[in-house]
Design a protein around this ligand. Structure first.
Ligand code: SF4
Ligand code: SF4
Length: 191
């Protein structure tokens, strides 16, 4: 199922109708009632697809702007694109990223994350780490199915966070559009 994107017009100044307050309440109630009766009609016709997603059998195809859990971009050589600069760690408002940088001698990239952990029990999927990253190395995925029985298992390490670059293509192209970039930052070899 494809999610529908609705662009909301946000007026900076209220018109006289909005300032009267009551017409806007009636308008809001009308929207709520419209969906209520649409869903009720679907239920009475025996067509629950009009109002419910049969998850997990049926998955929603979220829009490209959707922010699920942050993941690390994995290059073709199996390594993360990350250069352990620490900007995402610094930008994270919940302090849930923890990076241990390592040094590589004689490689195209001198730094790499020896360890890269995100505590998903604290992550609020805000996307600030993605915005801060100069390498397109951490991006927001479509995965929101993050659950565990205890907090310790909510700490995702580097291996658990890595997702092959081709699987993140839609999000990466969306980001390049957002930041007006034609290409990804050049990832140097690290073999
Ligand atoms: S999405 Fe936000 S809270 Fe989660 S790791 Fe990134 S910056 Fe931190
Ligand atoms: S994910 Fe990006 S911002 Fe974070 S340490 Fe790696 S290269 Fe730097």
């Amino acid at each position: 199922m494809t999610a529908r994107v609705v662009k909301v017009k946000r007026h900076e100044k209220l018109g006289w109708l909005e300032r009267l307050y009551v017409p806007m309440i009636v308008k809001g109630l009308w929207v709520t009632s419209r969906y209520f009766f649409k869903n009720l009609g679907g239920y009475l016709r025996g067509n629950p697809q009009t109002f419910v997603v049969q998850w997990p059998e049926e998955q929603v195809d979220y829009p490209d702007a959707f922010r699920g859990m942050p993941v690390l971009v994995q290059l073709d050589n199996g390594q993360p694109r990350c250069v352990a600069c620490g900007l995402c760690e610094f930008a994270c408002p919940t302090d849930c990223i923890s990076i241990v940088p390592g040094e590589l001698e004689g490689a195209g990239i001198e730094r790499y994350p020896e360890a890269f952990d995100i505590d998903m029990s604290r992550c609020m999927f805000c996307g600030l780490c993605e915005e801060a990253c100069p390498e397109e190395a951490i991006v927001m995925s479509r995965n929101v199915e993050v659950a565990a029985f205890d907090r310790a298992t909510m700490v995702f390490d580097k291996d658990a966070l890595m997702v092959p670059e081709p699987l993140l293509k839609r999000r990466l192209e969306f980001l390049r559009g957002e930041y007006d970039r034609e290409h990804a930052p050049v990832a140097k070899a690290r073999d």
